[in-house]
Write a new protein. Structure first.
Length: 294
């Protein structure tokens, strides 16, 4: 469906998580490959929905379609995720739901929802109690009548920007200093996704365990410093999140986030809202320092 018969470059279907250095022709080829993948996903989802038609499951089945994250395909001159701020292409993910109690289809909702609302929605659907420390909320009233659930949501990644979205604006708060410090990992399982912590890292951790967070069931945690990616002797900033700075975007008028909004009163309002949500999420004190929020 998407093949370009004039393209004679290398197969390019999986970019590095890095800045774009490829030719415009290669960028277009990668986007074609991605479009093919999405078409296959659509087809596969359609097979599931066809089977639900065949078995008559729509009357008693809660059906949710959601994704992990988006993927930059050259937007903001970057590929993929993780090494750049969480722009809309990464953060604003598909979220479709069919709730047989209301039988509403083909409609959009404007109220904010988040991935953390999915488990709460499932528990509520089956009339099960929500855990006392669960922050997600059932979205049945969004589905039934587009009722607002919350004023804003936080999103992001550890050690990167902390971001706030209220439906119109996205506030992307970057580190206040070039070294992107202070920051720590808190864990009782001293391993990262792909490797264990190194001896030097564990040797440099705080001598005592941290106090429990509200969500750690009373458990104290190892507090392990995160290394800096700033080389002051060279005057070199190598932390992409420190380089990106802080910005406000009006995603209704500027969905591609190309033109930051310069409005100090608006930023102050969003900054105070971010502080309150970080406190509600039991953010450690050093995060407020790292982001210059104190």
């Amino acid at each position: 469906m998407y093949k370009d018969p004039t393209y004679d470059g290398p197969l390019f279907d999986w970019p590095d998580y890095a800045a774009v250095t490829e030719t415009p022709e290669q960028v277009r080829e990668c986007r074609r490959q991605y479009a093919a993948l999405l078409s296959f996903c659509d087809y596969s989802l359609g097979r599931v929905m066809d089977k639900m038609d065949e078995l008559g499951l729509w009357d008693d089945t809660l059906f949710i379609v959601n994704t992990d994250h988006g993927f930059l395909l050259g937007e903001h001159n970057n590929w993929a995720k993780v090494h750049v701020p969480y722009y809309q292409e990464i953060a604003h993910i598909p979220f479709f739901i069919w709730d047989p109690r209301y039988k509403i289809s083909g409609e959009r909702r404007s109220a904010l929802a988040s991935n953390i609302d999915i488990p709460a929605t499932i528990l509520d659907y089956f009339n099960l109690d929500l855990p006392s420390d669960m922050q997600g909320r059932p979205i049945k009233n969004i589905v039934s009548r587009d009722e607002k659930l919350r004023d804003a949501v936080l999103f992001g990644m550890h050690g990167a920007h902390v971001n706030l979205a209220d439906g119109k604006y996205v506030y992307m708060r970057g580190p206040a200093s070039k070294d992107n410090q202070p920051k720590y990992n808190y864990t009782l399982m001293p391993t990262r996704m792909e490797r264990r912590y190194q001896i030097d890292e564990l040797r440099n951790m705080d001598g005592t365990l941290s106090d429990p967070f509200s969500f750690t069931k009373g458990c104290r945690l190892l507090r392990i410093p995160c290394p800096s990616r700033y080389e002051p002797q060279k005057g070199q900033v190598i932390d992409p999140f420190a380089l990106a700075g802080t910005a406000v975007f009006d995603i209704e008028k500027d969905p591609g986030q190309l033109n930051p909004v310069n409005d100090s009163d608006l930023e102050e309002k969003l900054r105070l809202q971010m502080i309150e949500l970080m406190k509600e999420n039991d953010s450690p004190e050093e995060q407020f320092i790292r982001l210059g929020l104190v």
